[in-house]
Design a protein around this ligand. Structure first.
Ligand code: NAD
Length: 246
């Protein structure tokens, strides 16, 4: 096992779980973060440990700075220097813009954008001191092109991209790369509210001709986390099967 340590937020299921398992396969010790479902998060960690890896679980709401700071202290105590953070935790929201409220705005932004800020704010100082780090933010193809009835979600994910590119410039001199992945339609619980008919029409518009799987995104994250990706920063890897090509 290498001396690499990663935090993956929202890793009890879906894309985050796949990322945690993929990084563990690459030799990372992994802190599996969850907001609520500690049993599912424990199952992710157990799966990693059963394959000979090292993982632990920490319950924290990424939108709450005090909980994120406590997670940072715990991670450092248990694993030492956390050199990689994957800001995966996120919530979606499908609604007419005219039905959105200040409260729904806060709900989406507090998790999807403020959560990324909170985690970077807690973990980046140690990376700066150690002159090494990998920050990988999970955005969305809707952060690149916008989605109808997902104005808040699209804005939050576009914000993640702006934050990523700015931080890449600021933290590059400290040996830290900051990148994003922009998944397309990926088969997870997040799609549970979307009808099969809508998914089929999305697949029809996807040149690769299928729905994405969490492992498709995890592979891109594994690359960005690797030492070999040290000259890649401020980049957004589009994992949409060609649904979005800019
Ligand atoms: P998911 O709903 O299965 O997973 C989201 C995870 O984030 C869950 O484990 C959830 O508990 C966690 N989470 C939510 N709020 C949290 C908080 N405040 N603190 C900590 N954890 C929190 O969905 P997913 O598809 O695996 O989504 C993972 C990421 O990928 C999200 O950021 C999402 O926006 C992004 N994404 C997903 C798709 C897709 O089609 N599934 C496409 C583009 C981007």
């Amino acid at each position: 096992m290498s001396d690499r340590v990663a935090l993956v937020t929202g890793a009890s299921r879906g894309i985050g779980k796949a990322i945690a398992i993929e990084l563990a396969k690459s030799g990372f010790k992994v802190l599996v973060n969850c907001k609520q479902n500690i049993d599912l998060a424990r199952a992710t960690a157990d799966e990693i440990c059963a394959s000979g890896g090292r993982a632990d679980v920490f319950q924290a709401d990424v939108s709450k700075p005090a909980q994120v700071d406590a997670m940072c202290q715990y991670a450092t105590k248990v694993f030492g220097f956390v050199d990689t953070i994957v800001n995966n935790a996120g919530i979606s929201r499908y609604s007419l813009f005219t039905d959105e409220t200040s409260q729904s705005y806060d709900e989406v932004m507090n998790v999807n954008l403020r959560g990324v800020f909170n985690v970077c704010k807690a973990f980046a100082p140690n990376m700066i001191s150690n002159r090494f780090g990998r920050i990988i933010n999970v955005s969305s193809m809707w952060g690149l092109v916008g989605a109808s009835c997902e104005a808040l979600y699209s804005a939050s994910k576009a914000g993640v991209i702006g934050f990523t590119t700015a931080l890449a410039k600021e933290l590059g001199p400290s040996g830290i790369t900051v990148n994003a992945v922009a998944p397309g339609v990926i088969k997870t619980d997040m799609l549970s509210g979307i009808s099969e008919q809508t998914i089929s029409s999305l697949v029809e518009e996807t040149p690769i001709g299928r729905v994405g799987q969490p492992c498709d995104v995890a592979a891109a994250v594994r690359f960005l986390a690797s030492k070999e990706a040290g000259f890649v920063t401020g980049e957004v890897i589009n994992c949409s099967g060609g649904f979005v090509i800019k």
